[in-house]
Design a protein around this ligand. Structure first.
Ligand SMILES: [Zn+2]
Length: 277
């Protein structure tokens, strides 16, 4: 039996970078050149050619400025979920501000698509041990799934499960879809997207997905429009951020091509419906 994997895109602009509020304050965003549309269109073109449907976690800030882009993504048959409104890490918000950020994004997106929003992904995988309260808010707001808990050191917790699972909450449940990671004796490696997908050998990524699929489980891959853009505007950033954002950027498209050649992919809800049945 062929196992389908999950392809996701975080629809945000090149300047939506966590932890650099002093360098790119939120009130400067409206004046910056927006490149999210041309880069998302590149991804849509690749997916159309390969006949693959994905889940797009749209940032509310982007939906507000580019409603036509959200309509185009939905018209192509992809699933629309949300990445929150202002790209703030969950653990930096209070439950109240998180709730406001979430409902603002949901209201913008559902008005554009006419459909309810069922999935959420936090900026920088920021639902972790100190912000688990966000899961209850998502469930109470009618969300069915979340993809914000990374089984990785620093940004998440290596002890979190590495496969999709049903999270039991006080007043219900939510499905969690963690990103693909490889287990090594030392540390879990981020292979599912970002710098990890671009830097680590493709053979390691392929073997890790193959292993999961042999157990009947899907891998979760994530992409960002800025990773398809060799002309991202230059901005002074701390070295680590520079590496995370720019290392081997020219590889993204090639890596996606290889993944789409080697594996089957679909959107989150298609897998969720199978898990529920
Ligand atoms: Zn993001």
């Amino acid at each position: 039996m062929t196992v389908e994997n999950i392809l996701t895109v975080d629809v945000e602009d090149w300047f939506h970078i966590c932890g650099v509020d002093e360098l790119i304050p939120e009130n400067s965003w409206p004046q910056l050149e927006s490149r999210v549309k041309i880069n998302t269109v590149k991804i849509l073109e690749i997916l159309r050619q390969k006949r693959v449907k994905a889940t797009f976690f749209v940032l509310g800030f982007v939906a507000e400025r580019h409603p036509d882009l959200v309509k185009t993504i939905a018209r192509e048959g992809h699933e629309i979920a949300t990445h929150g409104y202002a790209h703030r890490r969950v653990y930096t918000m209070t439950p109240d501000t998180f709730h406001q950020d979430l409902t603002k994004a949901v209201s913008l997106i559902s008005t554009i698509t006419g459909c309810p929003v069922k999935g959420y992904r936090a900026p920088e995988w920021s639902i972790r041990d100190d912000s688990l309260w966000a899961l209850d808010i998502l469930q109470q707001e009618g969300f069915e799934y979340d993809s914000s808990m990374a089984p990785l050191p620093i940004i998440g917790n290596p002890r979190y499960l590495k496969i999709p699972y049903r999270l039991k909450l006080d007043r219900g449940h939510l499905w969690e879809f963690p990103p693909l990671v490889a287990t090594t004796p030392l540390v879990n490696l981020p292979l599912g997207g970002g710098w990890g997908l671009r830097i680590f050998p493709y053979s390691l990524i392929k073997t890790t997905i193959r292993k999961l699929n042999n157990q009947g489980r899907p891998a979760v891959i994530f992409l960002h429009p800025r990773e398809f853009d060799l002309d991202n505007p230059h901005i002074r950033l701390p070295l680590v951020k520079k590496f995370i954002l720019n290392a081997r950027l020219q590889r993204t498209e090639k890596r996606l091509d290889r993944l789409l050649e080697d594996f089957h992919f679909t959107y989150v809800s298609a897998i969720l419906n199978k898990l529920k049945s």
